[in-house]
Design a protein around this ligand. Structure first.
Ligand code: FE
Length: 341
């Protein structure tokens, strides 16, 4: 046994002895990067409906991916659930998912909301939009491509190249324009940054409201969360922001997903598929999306009214997230090579 394998098995033993309960029929071990109380209520509803107990192991996506890798074929994990197609495609590239064939999931989810080989399925949608300060001179800012235009010099706040959401957005630009044009776009965007990347999406929104910059890029649920906050300071931030829905005359707004797939070494694969099918049901779709102010992946399910208030209806890029998710490594390389810190 190599040192690496030894370390790996020691790690597995340590992990197995701490968090994951013993396996039995009627169980499901869910590794999830989501952390909403409403999700827990949903898992209880699944148990009530099926008799299958759900053991929830929460951590951030990167840590869960490392853990699943370390556990290897001894992993008790049945399902890996996380936000962002970039994370799901990283796990897929490492062979972590097995293909799932489910008539229910195929009927409920549009083609572009599931991996072409059934490795993962989307359960919510979020969009990455442009947010600007009310009254700022952003005439002509209509597309992601425009963010690189010199007329917006020193106006943009955006988080780092290490952020998965930005990697996915750049991955979609690679698909739309190719690598060379995307590299040029990154150079233009970096030249337009008002400050070096720092903080999270909410931090960019607050910076725009505070006058540090005029333009931010953020996922839709962050502004929605502020809009639903009781804190007057959050309400002031929202009142200072206008939304720009990019690329309405061409491919549409960049839409990302959260989703889940059945792990390659799942000890309870049938339970795992039943769980995924449950997540695509009406009740779960409603609750799952509401938990983080996202849109349900299944058509015709209601969503939080705050999303209509802030964004209304808009043209969405219908690219399969598997495509831009698979561009993640190329996107990061191009971002770093062209000065995006
Ligand atoms: Fe987020």
């Amino acid at each position: 046994m190599t040192l690496r394998a030894l370390l790996g098995s020691a790690l597995v033993a340590a992990l197995a002895s701490t968090a994951v309960p013993a396996l039995a029929d009627g169980e499901l071990n869910l590794y999830t990067a989501r952390h909403y109380d409403s999700d827990l209520a949903l898992y209880e509803a699944f148990t009530e409906a099926t008799g299958i107990a759900v053991n929830v192991i929460e951590d951030d996506a990167g840590a869960l991916i490392e853990r699943i890798k370390a556990e290897g074929q001894n992993s008790p994990g049945d399902i890996f659930m996380t936000a962002d197609a970039g994370n799901l495609m990283s796990a897929a590239a490492d062979g972590m998912f097995q293909p799932t064939v489910s008539a229910v999931l195929e009927a409920r989810l549009a083609d572009n909301l599931r991996h072409p080989d059934g490795l993962w399925f989307a359960f919510t949608k979020r969009a990455r939009v442009i947010l600007v300060r009310k009254g700022a001179d952003v005439e002509g800012l209509e597309t992601y491509e425009d963010l690189a235009d010199p007329r917006f010099a020193d106006m943009i706040c955006i988080r780092s190249s290490g952020n998965i959401y930005n990697q996915s957005l750049v991955g979609s630009l690679i698909d739309a324009h190719g690598e060379d044009a995307t590299a040029e776009w990154v150079q233009g965007l970096v030249a337009n940054m008002a400050r070096d990347p720092e903080s999270n999406d909410t931090g960019q929104i607050r910076a725009v409201a505070a006058g540090e910059c005029e333009i931010a890029v953020a996922n839709t649920y962050y502004l929605a969360r502020l809009a639903r906050s009781d804190d007057p300071a959050d309400q002031e931030v929202v009142a200072a922001i206008d939304v720009i829905l990019p690329n309405q005359d061409d491919r549409g707004v960049h839409v990302n997903i959260s989703g889940a797939g059945v792990l390659t070494h799942a000890p309870n694969p049938a339970n795992a598929v039943a769980f995924l099918e449950f997540l695509a049901g009406d009740e779960a779709q409603l609750a799952f999306a509401e938990g983080n102010n996202e849109w349900p992946a299944v058509d015709g399910i209601a969503h939080a009214t705050v999303l209509d208030d802030l964004y209304g209806e808009f043209v969405q890029d219908d690219i399969n997230p598997a495509v831009f998710g698979a561009n993640r490594a190329d996107a990061l390389r191009i971002m770093e090579a062209n000065g995006w810190k």
